[in-house]
Write a protein that binds this ligand. Structure first.
Ligand SMILES: NC(=O)c1ccc[n+]([C@@H]2O[C@H](COP(=O)([O-])OP(=O)(O)OC[C@H]3O[C@@H](n4cnc5c(N)ncnc54)[C@H](OP(=O)(O)O)[C@@H]3O)[C@@H](O)[C@H]2O)c1
Length: 277
């Protein structure tokens, strides 16, 4: 049996993958071992991406690795690069990375640029790889609504083919079970349809049985109230506002059948996600 390592196992995507692959007795590479999920047969190793030596030790003997992209931060690119270097030095056989739809140096969604950088680091490392380019998570769209039920951002009538976290995990698990069949592949993971935020709001409202609506706004207005209300760092404001402008500009609208092709089932809908199906 090949040795599988899963990062992000304390989180949503990595946690689901670890549970789906419990029979393979995965090695869980986590930042805090006390929060690792309890999976019979799994072994826990502690490493954060910015800790080269701990990452190198955690990845020794690993044949196939799921690298869940790190939480957003001003140093995320460097963290990713440190971990990828450790993976290459450890001789990992195949790395599966959770990237982002349209990852590019000039991606409208600013964090898509970090994902492009991570993809480049993996390509430069020579590691056999598979990239899972996820659209936005369907799970988080309803959470964009404020306490009054308003989703506000400069998305206009743009469409977003958001994907369920569970579907990302299902695809990752299939790839990790049979990695050789997926070497060099880039999968673009989307939901079953592309929705405007007006449609997202209406459908979330129906499930939640309370009013949810979308309000378009200008980019300047989007920055102004977010800066005033949250005092967030510039990179966070850029990421937040560009979530909407990427949709407005049509960069998130493409629907693919990659979830169905790889996971073997149709992608979940917004209602499926909200109702925990
Ligand atoms: N496509 C989208 O809409 C979207 C939305 C949100 C996030 N994302 C990206 O997708 C990833 C997975 O999503 P998720 O919902 O599973 O997120 P999540 O529940 O927040 O889990 C993230 C996991 O990554 C681990 N992690 C974060 N930074 C790390 C670092 N520097 N070194 C080592 N481990 C680190 C976390 O560990 P701890 O428990 O120690 O924090 C956690 O286990 C996120 O991390 C983010 O990069 C995408």
């Amino acid at each position: 049996m090949s040795r599988l390592a899963v990062t992000g196992a304390t989180g949503q995507v990595g946690g689901r993958v670890a549970r789906l692959l419990a029979d393979l007795r995965p090695r869980l590479v986590v930042r805090d071992a006390s929060r690792a999920p309890e999976i019979p047969g799994a072994v826990t190793m502690q490493a954060s991406y910015d800790d080269h030596d701990a990452s190198l030790a955690a990845l020794q003997g690993v044949d196939v690795l799921l690298m869940v992209s790190a939480s957003e931060s001003a140093t995320r690119r460097a963290e990713h690069r440190t971990f990828i270097r450790a993976a290459a030095e450890a001789g990992v056989g195949h790395i599966v990375y959770t990237s982002f739809m349209g990852a590019a140096p000039d991606a409208a969604f600013t964090l898509g640029r970090d994902h492009f950088d991570a993809e480049q680091a993996i390509l430069e490392s020579g590691l056999p790889h598979t990239f899972l380019r996820d659209n936005f998570y369907l799970d988080v769209l309803p959470e964009f609504a404020d306490s009054e039920g308003v989703i506000r951002g400069p998305a206009g009538d743009g469409r977003v083919a958001a994907v369920a976290r569970a579907d990302v995990a299902d695809v990752a698990a299939e790839v990790l079970r049979a990695p050789a069949a997926h070497i060099g592949a880039t999968y673009r993971l989307t939901g079953p349809e592309a929705l405007t935020f007006t449609e997202v709001a209406a459908r979330a409202s129906a499930v939640l049985d309370r009013p949810v609506r979308f309000e378009d706004e200008t980019v300047d207005a989007a920055y102004a109230w977010r800066r005033a209300a949250y005092g967030a760092a510039d990179f966070e404001l850029d990421a937040w506002v560009s979530t909407y402008t990427a949709v407005r500009d049509g960069q998130m609208a493409e629907v693919t059948d990659d979830v169905h092709r790889v996971a073997g089932h149709p992608p979940r809908s917004l209602e499926d996600v909200m109702l925990g199906r």
